[in-house]
Design a protein around this ligand. Structure first.
Ligand SMILES: Cc1ncc(C[n+]2csc(CCOP(=O)(O)OP(=O)(O)O)c2C)c(N)n1
Ligand SMILES: [Mg+2]
Length: 354
């Protein structure tokens, strides 16, 4: 019988506030690592901010904004090796950028274009998962399979607070725990599932308490602190590699942007809380930390930001240069014997869109 340790409730933090709360450090991270984390944060922030503009310009479709979720994505990803597998939800749509997937590919995904599809085996980044939590069992299965094959590979599954109410989350977490699969369950607790608040999602005091139910360790971290997320994920990855099975990391934040470009949160969200969160957003917080340490100056910050903007400009140009997809793709690969109505529907689509 596993001895279950109660999960920690205190939010782990490394970055101070430049005043009363002192800065901490993470063992094993040198200046190059600290700058690499910054570069990754800026890359994701730039991707996100440009994507909202591209959406407004009609150049990509509905887009799930991840503004202020960059720290939890970058910090956790940095704890992995290239051979490890990433299972993103729509909120982590651009995490593949950190694995070398071109910006144009991910932008094409949001344009609904087939050039936005990739072979997961090329970069060990699974397809972006839109159904809530269905990728958790996929990640558990992959991790278990790798273990059976004797391969030293860890998988990470990203999902939200809302996903913890789904059967697929429970099945994946329980299966991974029972099989001691090398899996990290990375819960992005932004306290909202579209307009459903966390208080309507669970009676648990903290989502991390769910870990005890599966007999696995859990850590609760400030999701806006890239170093705290890194450190907690690194511990989870070490446990997974040592054959000790999955862990649950709850990265806590407050959603400071709309759920997606199709959402107007003003009617349900706590706007004061949003303002607080925006004032303390994760990229700026880390930038100030690096400046306090003397690792980053104006010139380096500007070069990194410019590089990310150039990458996005080239990315959208390349995505828009793709030939339009054949409309028949919408109807293919679904049914062996398509109903006659498909023919009519396709003709109608061609008439409207050429
Ligand atoms: C199985 C399923 N049910 C419902 C939806 C509709 N839906 C899209 S996003 C979302 C909220 C999910 O919230 P959360 O898990 O907290 O993730 P977040 O969007 O906050 O990152 C819902 C219910 C869906 N995509 N899939
Ligand atoms: Mg959420």
């Amino acid at each position: 019988m596993a001895h279950v340790v109660p999960a920690e409730h205190d939010l782990r933090r490394v970055i101070g506030d430049g005043e009363a709360v002192p800065d901490g450090t993470v063992d094993g991270l040198g200046d190059d690592d600290l700058l690499a984390l910054y570069r990754n944060l800026v890359l994701l922030r730039t991707y996100d901010e440009r994507s909202v503009v591209y959406h407004r310009q009609g150049r990509i479709g509905t887009y799930a904004i991840f503004w202020n979720h960059e720290a939890m994505q970058v910090g956790s990803h940095y704890a992995l090796e290239q051979r490890d597998w990433v299972f993103p939800s729509y909120r982590e749509s651009a995490i593949g950028l950190l694995r070398g997937i071109p910006a144009s590919t991910i932008l094409s995904w949001w344009r609904g274009h087939p050039s936005g599809w990739w072979n997961p085996a090329d970069t060990n980044v699974a397809s972006i998962c839109v159904p809530i939590a269905t990728h958790v069992p996929h990640a558990a299965g992959l991790a278990w399979g790798k273990k059976l094959k004797g391969e030293d590979v860890v998988a990470i599954a990203y999902f939200g607070d809302g996903a913890t109410s789904e059967g697929a989350f429970h099945e994946g977490a329980n299966f991974a725990a029972v099989m001691r699969a090398p899996l990290v369950l990375l819960c992005n607790n932004n306290q909202w599932a579209i307009s459903t608040p966390i208080s309507a999602q669970t009676r648990a005091e903290a989502l991390v308490d769910k870990a005890a139910g599966y007999g696995i360790p859990g850590a609760r971290v400030d999701g806006g602190d890239v170093l705290a997320v890194y450190e907690a994920t690194r511990e989870a990855v070490e446990r997974a590699r040592a054959g000790e099975g999955p862990s649950f990391v709850e990265a806590v934040t407050y959603r400071a942007a709309p759920h997606a470009t199709a959402d107007d949160p003003k009617v349900y969200i706590d706007l004061e809380r949003v303002e607080e969160e925006r004032a303390n957003e994760c990229v700026g917080r880390y930038e100030l930390y690096l400046r306090r340490l003397g690792v980053l100056d104006d010139e380096a910050a500007e070069t990194i930001k410019q590089g990310a903007l150039d990458l996005m400009r080239a990315g959208i140009e390349a995505a828009e240069a793709e030939q339009p997809a054949d409309a028949s793709l919408v109807f293919e690969h679904a049914l062996v014997d398509p109903p006659a109505s498909f023919g009519h529907d396709l003709a109608e689509l061609r008439r409207l869109h050429g």
